[in-house]
Design a protein around this ligand. Structure first.
Ligand SMILES: Nc1ncnc2c1ncn2[C@@H]1O[C@H](COP(=O)(O)OP(=O)(O)OP(=O)(O)O)[C@@H](O)[C@H]1O
Ligand SMILES: [Mg+2]
Length: 309
């Protein structure tokens, strides 16, 4: 059973005196159960809107089909909302209460036990600071307390909207490690939205990429982002000059690397890398290394989400 299914969902914000704003434009989204699913898109692409729609906080335009843990949204939300934890923006905590006291208050409303509060503090690594006032926490600690709050119900689906926003590198690392751990050790499916490619790449198993309210790519992170091979291969050989002659004679398009070193060659438009090996070996030249080159990630991301214009 998928954790999230959306088919052809649109959302247009209409405000009096303003032109309508199409935030989601026939969005499809499929999040299978288990692991960490990234929801990646540039600013304004509709990530937060999608999450608000999923949680029943924003009503989509007519049409489209939405299921959360196999229940239709919004009709079936009461059935499943107790199994969904979400951190959509920095949650409101009482600044003068400790982290522990804040969580205990929330736990009472959520019907979670005090023991669960302690577990959640432990999971987000705040046990040592649990008695300090919330207002004295660093941004990263505040964000981790927010994640602890979302975990109180032991959710089957945890939705985190840009949890690293505004954090310093140490805070970002802590939150990333926490999310990785959650994805590994628990039965919880995590949906993590981010506009940061590196974050998705480091933390997620699968990803959906969003641009202008539409899905533009989805699948395993490695396939979608890293696997965008350009058909260009780097080979290392004992004698680049000789190898270039052999490969050119065999019909390959060959060029030296940016900094020629006498041992490296770039071979272009290669459909079957094995053909390179074979052509060289037939002439008694053996490869030391053969590396398919992939587009660097930022380039791939920009190419996927970029304006067609
Ligand atoms: N309450 C609102 N009223 C009007 N327009 C809105 C509202 N909320 C969002 N929008 C518009 O909808 C589009 C999508 O916004 P959304 O916040 O969903 O994007 P996002 O991907 O979460 O962006 P970010 O990375 O900046 O958080 C934007 O053009 C935004 O201006
Ligand atoms: Mg957002």
């Amino acid at each position: 059973m998928p954790a999230v299914q959306m088919v052809a969902v649109s959302k247009t914000y209409r405000r009096r005196g303003r032109p309508p704003q199409k935030a989601l434009d026939g969005l499809d989204l499929l999040v299978e159960s288990g692991g960490v699913h990234g929801f990646l898109g540039p600013n304004g692409s509709g990530k937060t809107t999608t999450i608000r729609v999923l949680l029943g906080l924003v009503r989509p335009d007519h049409g489209g089909d939405i299921r959360l843990l196999d229940q239709p949204v919004p009709a079936g939300l009461p059935e499943v909302i107790g199994s969904v934890g979400a951190l959509v923006e920095t949650p409101l905590f009482f600044p003068n209460f400790s982290g522990r006291r804040n969580l205990r208050l929330l736990a009472e409303t959520a019907g979670a036990s005090r023991a669960r509060v302690e577990e959640c503090l432990e999971i987000v690594d705040l046990t040592d600071r649990a008695n300090d006032r919330f207002k004295g926490y660093s941004l990263g600690m505040k964000q981790r307390l927010g994640i602890a709050a979302a975990l109180l119900k032991a959710p089957r689906l945890l939705i985190l909207d840009e949890p690293s926003n505004g954090l310093d590198p140490a805070g970002i690392r802590d939150v990333r490690e926490l999310i990785r751990r959650l994805g590994r050790d628990s039965d919880t499916t995590v949906l993590l939205s981010s506009h940061l490619l590196a974050e998705i790449q480091q933390v997620c198993d699968t990803v959906t990429i969003l641009a202008r309210g539409k899905r533009v790519a989805s699948g395993a992170v490695a396939d979608v982002l890293a696997g965008r091979s350009e058909g260009e291969i780097r080979v290392r050989v004992p004698d680049a000059g000789l190898a270039a002659t052999i490969l050119a004679a065999a019909g390959f398009s060959v060029s030296p690397p940016e900094v020629p070193d006498g041992r490296t060659l770039l071979v272009h438009d290669v459909a079957m890398p094995g053909e390179i090996t074979r052509a060289l070996a037939a002439q008694g030249t053996y490869l030391e290394e053969l590396t398919p080159l992939t587009a660097d990630l930022e380039t791939a991301f920009l190419a996927i989400t970029g304006d067609p214009a």
